[in-house]
Write a protein that binds this ligand. Structure first.
Ligand code: MV4
Length: 449
């Protein structure tokens, strides 16, 4: 087992990794920017190292600074959390070269999953249904026109180096394609330094459903069921739940088995998420893989009883999946509401000083947060201040618990998404499980955000 782990992250996920390390008897090192001097991850880690100015490009994304902190404190491993360096293949490689275990997939796997058209090809080859689309990259406008004619409109152009919704363009008719191709290529070059694009059939009003997986270093992969993440705005998820109301036991078993086979074929290790879109007929297609732990991992933890962070750490030491997880039994239903520091109407970020912070509790309630009364939410990072997770034997019980927990969650000094979450959780369509990625359009009263 590792003696000491450095956590290359901040906020609630840094605390979540510290929790896991404490339970495993592993010492922790926090890193922090000058804006996070008084943050709880600094206080609760055994050691802490300042790695630079507030801007993440100069601190949490600064590979030489993070590696120096790891070397000075003599850690065995680095947990990257989510975001920041978590899917950076170069960082994982530098860790290896410095004899520090990167708690995540290998650099090769990070590279494969980072190239979205390659991930698509690998999954298709292994028998996972993928969205009908181009064979790899569409090299030029002529190739894009030919492929789109074969796939049939509407289609969507995606950046191969993209993901998470960046660098996408919907094309509804042939005459729109040349302009869309030029802009998408430009945007991809600007945003990722790689202009490569691929094409997919555009799916209208899909549900976003994703499978959680774990892989060990001995060729074994398992899935831990799915999460429904359709309630999102501009690719920021607001509510996630497990299981999905749109997935029955048969689909879960069949698609889950295909995912496991595919990831065993590519040699996937650590935690990961395989994303799918489900169309209005219930057909489901792979779109991309996230090679990291995700914000919404707690809903899976609640319905499986598996601590995903502890599992990641144990798998990184070479333990076998059989010993870490064993046989899986899914029970009950879990829902997560993301509490962001933002105006609930306009979605404009609301950084500042929290004066009152009263978290709910009681049966079936979990709160993952690094916020507290008198904390300052800096403007430099993402706006997540807390994750409120409700668990129940049934979806109905989880909803009732979430509703009363939202009523008793009090945050003053900054604006938060709590009022919006209260509206969603009492919405008839939400309660009936009638969800798709356009669900929130009805709630967005302002278009200025
Ligand atoms: C799509 C799509 C429709 N058709 N691909 C957005 C995030 C990125 N992971 C993939 N995304 C989409 N890909 C095809 N072929 C619609 C979206 C999409 C979306 C997906 C999941 C959750 C929210 C979304 C919001 C807008 C668009």
């Amino acid at each position: 087992m590792f003696r000491k782990i450095l956590i290359a992250n901040r906020g609630e996920i840094a605390l979540r990794v510290i929790d896991a390390c404490k339970e495993l008897g592993i010492a922790t090192v926090a890193v922090y920017s000058e804006a996070d001097r008084n943050a709880l991850h600094v206080r609760f880690a055994d050691e802490a190292v300042c790695i630079g100015p507030p801007r993440s490009s100069e601190s949490y994304l600064n590979i030489p600074q993070v590696i120096s902190a790891a070397e000075i404190t003599n850690v065995d491993a680095i947990h990257p959390g989510y975001g920041f360096l978590s899917e950076n293949a170069n960082f994982a490689e530098v860790c290896e070269a410095s004899h520090i275990t990167f708690i995540g997939p290998s650099p090769d796997l990070l590279r494969m999953m980072g190239e979205k058209d390659q991930a698509r090809r690998e999954m298709a080859a292994a028998g996972v249904p993928v969205v009908p689309g181009s064979q790899g990259i569409v090299a030029d406008e002529a190739a894009a026109l030919a492929e789109a004619a074969r796939i049939k409109y509407p289609v969507i152009l995606k950046a191969s180096a993209g993901g998470g919704g960046r660098g996408m363009r919907v094309v509804r008719a042939e005459e729109e394609l040349p302009a869309a191709f030029a802009t998408a290529r430009n945007e991809a070059q600007q945003a990722f330094g790689i202009p490569d694009l691929y094409l997919e059939k555009f799916i209208e009003r899909p549900r976003h459903i994703e499978f959680q997986v774990l892989g060990d270093k001995h060729g074994h992969v398992m899935h831990l069921g799915e999460r429904e993440c359709s309630i999102q705005r501009r690719h920021q998820k607001l509510i996630e739940e497990s299981p999905s109301t749109a997935v029955n036991a048969k689909l879960r078993a069949e698609l889950g088995a295909r995912v496991v086979t595919a990831l065993e074929q590519v040699g996937y290790t650590s935690a990961g998420t395989v994303e799918f879109l489900m169309d209005e007929d219930g057909s489901i297609y792979f779109i991309e893989m996230n090679a990291r732990i995700q914000v919404e991992h707690p809903v899976t933890e609640m319905v499986t009883g598996v601590d995903l962070i502890k599992s990641q750490i144990r798998l990184a030491t070479g333990e076998r999946l059989n010993d870490v997880v064993g046989k899986l039994v899914l029970h009950g239903h879990a829902i997560e509401c993301r509490i962001n520091a933002e105006d609930p109407e306009t979605f404009i970020p609301s950084a500042g000083h929290i004066t009152v912070f009263r978290t709910p509790g009681g049966p079936g309630i979990r709160v993952d947060t690094a916020a507290h009364a008198d904390a300052v939410i800096p403007p430099y990072y993402d706006s997540l201040v807390a994750k409120l997770i409700a668990y129940g034997d049934t979806r109905g019980e989880a909803i009732v618990r979430m509703r009363r927990a939202l009523e008793m969650f009090v945050v003053e000094g900054i604006k938060t998404s709590i009022p919006l979450q209260r509206k969603i959780i009492t919405d008839p369509d939400f309660i009936a499980g009638r969800l798709d990625t356009h669900f929130l359009d009805r709630f967005a009263t302002s278009r200025t955000g």
